[in-house]
Design a protein around this ligand. Structure first.
Ligand code: NAD
Ligand code: ZN
Length: 262
């Protein structure tokens, strides 16, 4: 049996035994839905400098705000129109099978919800690109309406209708504080799960990259599904190397979990 087959078989048997699974996903689960991750040469970050688009600079400089919204206007239709792939569906199927304690996603693309994961068990720890809010009064704004304005030629960042403040896509930017309640909830779940599955994350962005350590310290086995090595592979009971959609389909099939959607 190949190393990949071995690790898939091990992952399936761990999943079969587990009943309180925490799933942690990153940009790699969505590349097969056509959304580039940070590393892809065609990715947005090859054309926009993330260090220029920090939260502080967004707040303090109207030109940075305008540039941020130009970038967001390029990426929004791709995220809005993307469809979930079998890896997102596998996570939703785990929930339907009653095995999911919590899904923590670093993604801002809304694809887990499109695949059927419930809002009650999903933490979008880096927020969502599909929503917008004011960073002064936190009023929600209609992302689609803002997008239409920008596409129609608006060149400045949209102002808040409620307070005149600064509206931003509802994502966590570089230099912006993580949402406190969600971060605490994710770490608590990591301590209480009986299995953690990480899918498509390079596990270098903290504090989220600390979740596998938390689960392992509490005695839960760890499965890492990724197409390259990660700094946490040494902690893992099984590292399934390869494309997420196929890997997750094989793992669920081996665990005998009913599939829907795909
Ligand atoms: P990352 O880009 O650092 O890592 C993605 C990992 O997935 C890489 O190791 C890559 O090799 C792997 N990968 C890519 N395609 C894969 C596939 N088909 N199957 C298996 N593995 C695959 O992403 P990250 O760990 O999520 O952290 C970076 C940050 O990027 C996050 O904070 C996230 O908010 C943000 N981001 C989100 C999206 C999105 O919402 N889809 C896209 C780009 C970046
Ligand atoms: Zn406001």
């Amino acid at each position: 049996m190949s190393e990949r087959q071995n690790s898939i078989q091990l992952a399936s048997s761990l999943l079969k035994e587990a009943s309180n699974v925490v799933v942690l996903t990153g940009a790699g689960i969505s590349t097969e839905s056509g959304i580039p991750d940070f590393r892809s040469p065609s990715g947005l970050w090859s054309r926009y400098d993330p260090l220029e688009l920090t939260f502080d600079r967004f707040c303090n400089d109207s030109r940075v705000r305008a540039k941020y919204w130009r970038m967001a206007t390029e990426s929004y239709p791709v995220l809005r129109d993307a469809q979930p792939n079998p890896a997102h569906q596998a996570v939703a199927d785990l929930e339907r099978a009653g095995k999911l304690l919590l899904l923590v996603t670093q993604n801002v693309d809304g694809l887990h919800q499109k695949a059927g994961s419930s809002a009650a068990k999903t933490i979008e720890i880096h927020g969502s690109s599909l929503r917008a809010h004011c960073v002064d009064c936190w009023a929600e704004h209609d992302r689609e309406a803002i997008h239409a304005d920008l596409v129609a030629g608006r060149t400045e960042a949209p102002p808040c209708q409620s307070c005149g403040g600064r509206v931003k896509p509802a994502t966590i930017s570089f230099g912006q504080a993580m949402p406190e309640r969600e971060t605490l909830e994710a770490f608590e779940a990591a301590r209480n799960c009986d299995l953690m599955i990480v899918i498509g994350s390079s596990l270098v962005v903290y504090p989220v990259a600390g979740l596998p350590d938390e689960a392992a310290a509490a005695g839960a086995p760890l499965i890492i599904v990724n197409n390259e090595a990660t700094p946490k592979d040494d902690l893992a009971a099984a590292c399934v190397v390869g494309a997420a959609a196929e890997s997750m389909s094989l793992i669920l099939r081996g665990a005998g979990i009913p599939r829907s959607g795909s």
